[in-house]
Design a protein around this ligand. Structure first.
Ligand code: MEV
Length: 391
């Protein structure tokens, strides 16, 4: 593609199976309407690539002839090459902020792996409408945007763009999180809702029902890699207790999967059953130490108001909680009023309603008159005006 273009990918929520999915148990996740967008435009300086990500105050450029390009083998790796990580870390010695460092490492690792010296130098400008570090898959949506933009710029798509974007974005996720399960990048690539079990079970859940969900961002920042490492350490230390808990979390995902196919047409029965499973899943997540007092506040507020059942979503330790609204046999006005009371009782948190099953990775041509600064200031309705096509 000769002119400027943008790519975009959604965030996700995990409905069942966070953490246990890292230990090869099944999980269910779905794409949300909030997305990350990445503009590819001419370079600021010839022969230099730039990564600009104003949301995390990152703006760095590198000369292409100083990048440690990897010899291409025709295969997409499933592990990081630590020697390459080391060389990129040398280029990032002055980037101290952890979010900035993780984003720049993922970008450069994918750049030297997918592109080569001959790839036209470009500027890459990211803007995420997802809260960063909140459990909504912002890092996976960034990895998917970077992987798809670089595959496109370097004409590297070979056979199956979805497979290739997914596999490369998993490598980007590894740069950011260390030991990701792969569920976040799978959902950000494909969109919709998926049943996933590492390493290779990935089944789209078609006709995902329009569940009424409330997402609450506690605004407590946390690092997925640290929470995942804590669960691993607990499993190694007390395997006789941890293994049945992780198995039970996997069984909850299986039970939810059966429920979705048997009760999909009955919204009241479906939300009641899924809410019950969510309550159990949250209890198990509390027991393995990944909740947080703010998440417990969200849970007790929704319990007190009778709004529905709340579980943490994503890695926990802060971040977001999801409430499956079960007050669906109340009138719409009563549900609305309950949500407003829920919001009013926790003014320190961000509360929003969301629908699941958004589209996956997409791209669109962008008029050259749209500067990177303008692109990075857009809101969702501005991006919606582009003519998106989805892989
Ligand atoms: C993060 O969104 C979910 C975790 O299960 C980690 C992962 O699956 O990579 C905690």
């Amino acid at each position: 593609m000769a002119g400027n273009f943008a790519v975009s990918a959604p965030g996700k929520i995990i409905l069942f199976g966070e953490h246990s999915v890292v230990h090869a148990k099944p999980a269910i996740a779905a794409a949300v309407g909030l997305r990350t967008y990445l503009l590819v435009s001419p370079p600021e300086k010839p022969g230099w690539i730039t990564l600009e990500f104003p949301d995390i105050k990152l703006n760095k450029s590198w000369p292409v002839d100083k990048l440690p390009f990897v010899a291409k083998s025709g295969k997409i790796p499933d592990e990081l090459d630590e020697a390459v990580v080391g060389k990129i870390n040398d280029l990032l010695a002055d980037v101290e902020n952890t979010f900035q460092h993780a984003a720049a490492l993922a970008f450069l690792y994918l750049y030297v792996s997918i592109c080569d010296e001959k790839t036209e130098a470009k500027s890459y400008t990211a803007h995420s409408l997802l809260p960063v570090g909140a459990g909504l898959g912002s890092s996976a949506s960034i990895s998917v945007c970077v992987a798809s933009a670089l595959l496109k710029v370097s004409n590297s798509f070979v056979r199956d763009p979805i497979e290739e974007i997914n596999a490369w974005s998993f490598i980007g996720e590894k740069c950011i999180h260390g030991n990701p399960s792969g569920i976040d990048n799978a959902v950000a690539t494909r969109g919709g809702a998926v049943y996933y079990k590492k390493p290779d079970v990935l089944r789209p859940i078609t006709n995902f029902p329009p569940l009424q969900l409330v997402l609450t961002n506690t605004r407590v920042p946390r690092r997925t890699s640290e929470l995942v490492a804590g669960v691993k350490e607990l499993k190694e230390r007390i395997p006789s207790v941890m293994e049945p808990i992780l198995d039970a979390m996997g069984s909850l995902a299986d039970e939810a999967d059966k429920t979705l196919s048997s009760l999909g047409g009955d919204p009241v029965a479906l939300s009641a059953k899924l809410a019950e499973l969510a309550r159990i899943n949250h209890g198990l997540l509390v027991s393995i130490g990944v909740s947080h007092p703010t998440l417990e506040k969200v849970k007790s507020t929704s319990d007190t108001l009778g709004l529905g059942q709340t579980k943490l979503t994503g890695a926990g330790g802060g971040g977001c909680a999801v409430t499956i609204v079960t007050a669906t046999d109340d009138s719409e006005a009563t549900v609305h009023e309950k949500i407003e009371r829920f919001r009013a009782q926790m003014p320190e948190f961000e509360v929003f309603e969301t629908l699941l099953g958004a589209k996956g990775a997409g791209f669109a041509e962008v008029d050259a008159s749209i500067s990177s600064a303008k692109f990075a200031s857009f809101i969702a309705s501005d991006y919606d005006r582009f003519a998106w096509k989805y892989w």
